[in-house]
Design a protein around this ligand. Structure first.
Ligand code: PRX
Length: 631
């Protein structure tokens, strides 16, 4: 059906899949022995569907497994090679990280943070971000990191939901040479929250800030504490973090991950997928504010005592050569990035990457969105010089770690550009129809996961019911991922995009409901519908259709500007639509459901297909005219 690339790294562990298939619970039990436990577990899995507890009775600590265990052999080994956007750089060895994390854990304790308390972290990509996360993990506090591109209103909802006692932020962060005033955003977000006791402020950009009685400076606090803090012996299922992600309702969901299972999943997948060796230099370009950064910047590389590059800024700043400069400078051997970034690099041609020495590379990866086969091939030829396998890893905030990927650290299988290939060992995935019946090969269906897996979310923070409904109610005892997929004749999976009302814009997840309720909160707006249309670089971009209330005379240009600002303020710049169309009515079914599929086709300039269920066909013609006139 499609081209195959036979390229591997010489590994071939044939038994592992066999063992995993015969008994996934014993299989994961064996994998968990790769971690260091304070006391062993009594039961591998308690499955009270859909609630899983992995390694029940075991005691463990994530900070201990990423730091303490390396001190004898790797205290002088670089853990983080940090590159600031403005050219600053710093190296943190495993010894340095160990010391800083213990100190910061003592800071948190001195401010009254206890096991189970929530701590919100809103920091740019600086080493203090993993330090703060690992310090929370060390004392059993639950971190909730918010991407530093989110606005005050988004942060407010998340802090309120998690009832964080402490917020950690910076004066500012650098983004494309400008300073993003993070502290100002936090001041605005927490002004009504009595329950936030303190804000810890890291001075990164040295911009002017207002200091209130709640505020403490990171450097002042770090001067007053000892550098020794024992890791808490925590239950395996003790919550490690909450990470908010967009779903199909207006409110972001607090995905809760626990400790022992999550770390087991990460330890194994990092080894299998990246074939990690002591000599490797790993570089994942994800921001820690998203799950890829949590799992494959913070926890997985550090579990393995790997050396990694962490970059603070934008991939195209000050110009398109920045990534390749970093790869050359640090002799990166494993590079993990997104299709959006690759599409952008590809657009600027081969000459830029070709003028750098990328010969240190031995493995390439992508994550977050479907990769077009032509971009895959460009990555393979121009960046990997036809000698690096490419892993296309499918997973989600909810899955915690990779679920579908080729695994060069384990086996050599033919790669097909655009396919993630096979599920990881110990995980069973199917493509089914509306009724849960497996569809024949090469037929589109819904992707489901059939068994519990160790990295899986524990629940949604404070909302077990929603957890059940969103993920476990469409198909009984199976996890519904919300993606369309195809399984081909070789059993390879091809992810076709979201099947629900979630948009993927440049790999970031944005809920249509969240965006629509933001638009509708403008007094002049009666109704709104948003959808994604294909974009050469970002995969998809957002377009919004807006129906105004009767008799609104406000100038449309002013209104459009107001809506753009509102979206930036309430959600963040990543949710800004490419176009806003003011339309007289939205296309709806007779039962009143907005037909986003039609809007998507109109916005993309495609034929609109079947309109037989439409309540009023004239709505479509009018919208088509408006879209044509604007383009
Ligand atoms: O639609 C799938 C897409 O990203 C969604 C998960 O988004 P998020 O929770 O933000 O996590 C992204 C990073 C793991 C999925 O439901 N997705 C993720 N990886 C891939 C992908 N789509 C196609 N191919 C991938 N490799």
């Amino acid at each position: 059906m499609s081209e195959k690339y036979e390229i591997g790294l010489g590994n071939n562990d044939v038994d592992i899949r066999k063992n995993a298939q015969s008994d996934f619970i014993s299989f994961w039990d064996k994998q968990a022995h790769n971690l260091t436990w304070f006391s062993p577990w009594e039961r591998t899995l308690d499955w009270n569907s859909p609630f899983a507890k992995w390694f029940v009775g075991g005691k463990i600590n994530a900070s201990y497994n990423t730091l303490d265990i390396h001190q004898k052999t790797k205290s002088n080994k670089p853990a983080i090679l940090w590159e600031g956007e403005n050219g600053d750089s710093k190296i943190y060895t495993y010894g340095d990280l160990f010391k800083e994390v213990q100190k910061f854990a003592n800071v948190l304790k001195s401010l009254g943070v206890e096991k189970g308390d929530r701590v919100t972290i809103y920091l740019p990509m600086v080493p203090e971000l993993p330090i703060a996360m690992l310090a929370c993990a060390r004392i059993g506090a639950i971190h909730t990191v918010i991407f530093s591109g989110f606005s005050a209103a988004s942060i407010k909802d998340r802090i309120d939901d998690s009832k964080s006692k402490i917020v950690i932020t910076a004066d500012g962060g650098f983004r494309r040479g400008k300073i993003v005033k993070l502290k100002e955003v936090i001041d605005d977000a927490i002004k009504d929250f009595e329950f936030v006791k303190n804000v810890i402020v890291l001075e990164r950009a040295k911009n002017e800030i207002t200091i209130s009685s709640k505020d403490k400076l990171w450097t002042d606090l770090m001067q007053c504490v000892s550098d020794s803090c024992d890791a808490e012996k925590l239950d395996s299922e003790h919550p490690l973090y909450i990470l908010y992600t967009s779903g199909t309702t207006g409110k972001p969901k607090g995905v809760l991950h626990e400790t022992g299972g999550y770390l087991t999943h990460l330890h194994s997948t990092f080894q299998w997928a990246f074939d990690i060796k002591d000599s490797d230099v790993f570089f994942c370009t994800a921001d820690i504010g998203w799950v890829t950064g949590h799992s494959y910047v913070v926890y997985a590389p550090l579990l393995h005592g790997a050396t990694q590059v962490m970059y603070e800024g934008a991939p195209d700043f000050p110009d398109m050569s920045r990534m390749w400069q970093i790869l050359q400078k640090y002799k990166v051997s494993i590079f993990y990035t997104t299709p959006t970034a690759l599409r952008m690099f590809m657009k600027f041609g081969d000459q830029i990457p070709n003028s750098f020495d990328l010969s240190s590379l031995r493995l390439l990866g992508t994550v977050g969105e479907p990769i077009n086969p032509e971009v895959w091939k460009w990555y393979y030829k121009v960046i990997g010089k036809e000698k690096c396998p490419i892993i296309d890893t499918w997973w989600q905030t909810e899955t915690g770690g990779m679920m579908i990927s080729s695994l060069p650290g384990l086996e050599t299988i033919p790669l097909k550009p655009g396919s993630g290939t096979l599920p990881i060992p110990g995980v069973e995935i199917s493509v089914v129809d509306e009724f849960g019946t497996e569809v024949p090969p090469n037929t589109k269906g819904y992707l489901i996961i059939q068994n519990p897996w160790p990295g899986m979310l524990q629940t949604l923070w404070g909302d077990d019911e929603k957890y059940k409904t969103v993920y476990w109610s469409k198909y009984s005892d199976c996890y519904y991922a919300g993606d369309y997929a195809v399984k081909d004749e070789d059993g390879y999976f091809w992810i076709l995009g979201r099947a629900d009302d979630v948009l993927k814009i440049a790999g970031h997840r944005i809920g249509t409901a969240e965006l629509e309720s933001c638009i509708v909160s403008n007094d002049d707006v009666a109704e709104s519908a948003v959808c994604g249309i294909p974009d050469e670089i970002k995969g998809d971009v957002i377009i919004a259709f807006v129906v105004l209330k009767e008799g609104i005379l406000t100038d449309r240009t002013i209104l459009e500007k107001a809506l753009f600002n509102k979206i930036r303020n309430d959600i963040g710049a990543i949710a800004t639509p490419k176009e806003i169309y003011f339309v007289p009515k939205l296309p709806k079914t007779r039962s009143g459901k907005i037909m986003r599929r039609l809007l998507k086709s109109i916005g993309s300039g495609n034929t609109i297909g079947d309109t037989s269920t439409l309540d009023d066909v004239s709505a479509v013609t009018e919208i088509q005219k408006i879209v044509e006139n604007k383009s």
